[in-house]
Ligand binder design. Structure first.
Ligand code: FAD
Length: 339
């Protein structure tokens, strides 16, 4: 998201940016996502939800997201829903394929298969915007967990920023992820439909039965997933009483989610009146990363900008929209790089 948004904005401003894309297709995790670009309704709500995040960055998202969403629509990006369906948040859901195609068609020179490799400078003259999607691949490997995002974001942006004198934020170990059925291969097309988003309706115990989640599960369930990630194997049983199977999480019921997992080969135990599903934490996106200021400048480095998941410290301690951060700071980075 961030790199393409920055490139489109830079072209609008008369520049001729080059986008290096390491993957075999543009769009990164954005293409795999649910496409909901959203923000907390108020700045205070954002602060309460993500207390460890940088207030100036959060403020920028609250102030600039609505206009940025309008900008995407004006470019022709297809909107599927004009509401998020969550009373805490405001935003729109885009068709991610159409969104990616719209941005790519206006970004100019998008070079697929070209990698920004830290340690191989000197770099071309002029400003550079880091937008490599954070380091969820590296963090997942460190934690022994599967990824639930694009397979290319290993932390190249972070390493390059550090090489150029950049600083990092707190919370480098924090991530946004989902509980997914454990022990089965999951194709990227199933990242959204196979997510098991009903920990709030379940008893959650570690696979060996030794640990139990006692806290309050946040609405995004990010705190639960991060807790499970530290249990043996990053695994847990979600044990659901039959009276909760009809509960809804957005458009799906708990029963829908369990049945989809069962059909995919998940480990499901029936012990009436309980149904239990074995899940594993998976890592979608890192929340810590390169420290930027509200103008997307990498703190400590010259002529270097970062946006999207490369820029940490926005959702620290909670969860906020990664697409929104990429969109807002991608645009800001382009504007600042050219100012
Ligand atoms: C299944 C799923 C559902 C999601 N649902 C939502 C949602 O509904 N709402 C929401 O806000 N967020 C959602 N997200 C998260 C969202 O997709 C990310 O927050 C967002 O894509 C981050 O934008 P980005 O530009 O930082 O990274 P990306 O979109 O991943 O783009 C980074 C790009 O950098 C490339 N790259 C990596 N390293 C290099 C390198 N060295 N050189 C060149 N290129 C490189 C990658 O290949 C990738 O294309 C979801 C994610 C997933 C996987």
């Amino acid at each position: 998201m961030a790199g393409l948004a920055a490139a489109v904005r830079a072209r609008e401003l008369g520049a001729k940016p080059v986008v290096l894309e390491k993957g075999d297709r543009p769009g990164g995790s954005m293409l795999l996502s649910s496409g909901v670009v959203w923000r907390h309704r108020t700045f205070d709500g954002f602060r309460a939800e993500c207390p460890g995040g940088d207030p100036a960055l959060q403020q920028a998202i609250v102030e600039r997201l609505d206009e940025a969403i309008g900008w995407l629509e004006s470019l022709g990006a297809p909107v599927l829903e004009h509401e998020t369906g969550n009373p805490r948040t405001i935003g729109k859901r885009f068709d991610t394929r159409g969104l990616t195609e719209t941005l790519v068609s206006r970004a100019g020179d998008v070079q697929v298969g070209q990698v920004l490799v830290p340690g191989t400078g000197p770099w071309p003259e002029g400003p550079m915007i880091l937008a490599t999607g954070g380091f969820h691949v590296r963090l997942a490997s460190d934690l022994g967990l599967p990824i639930r995002g694009n397979p290319w974001s290993v932390g190249d942006g972070l390493d390059l920023a550090l090489e150029r004198g950049g600083e990092t934020t707190r919370g480098l170990e924090e991530f946004y992820g989902r509980a997914m059925p454990a022990g089965i291969p999951i194709d990227e097309a199933e990242f959204v439909p196979l997510s098991q988003l009903y920990g709030r309706f379940a008893e959650v115990v570690s696979e060996d039965g030794m640990q139990r989640f006692e806290g309050e599960v946040s609405w995004s369930e990010t705190n639960l997933v991060q807790a499970i990630a530290r249990w043996p194997g990053g695994r847990a049983w979600y044990r659901v009483h039959e009276s909760r199977l009809g509960q809804r999480v957005r458009e799906r019921t708990v029963a829908d989610m369990i049945e989809h997992a069962r059909a995919a080969g998940a480990v499901v135990r029936e012990e009436p009146p309980f149904t239990s599903v074995l899940v594993q934490a998976s890592v979608t996106q890192t929340l810590g990363g390169v420290r930027i200021d509200e103008r997307a400048r990498v703190v400590g480095a010259e002529n270097l900008f970062a946006a999207g998941a490369d820029a940490g410290g926005i959702a620290t301690g909670g969860y906020s929209s990664g697409l929104a951060a990429g969109l807002v700071f991608g645009r800001i980075a382009a504007e600042e790089a050219l100012s």
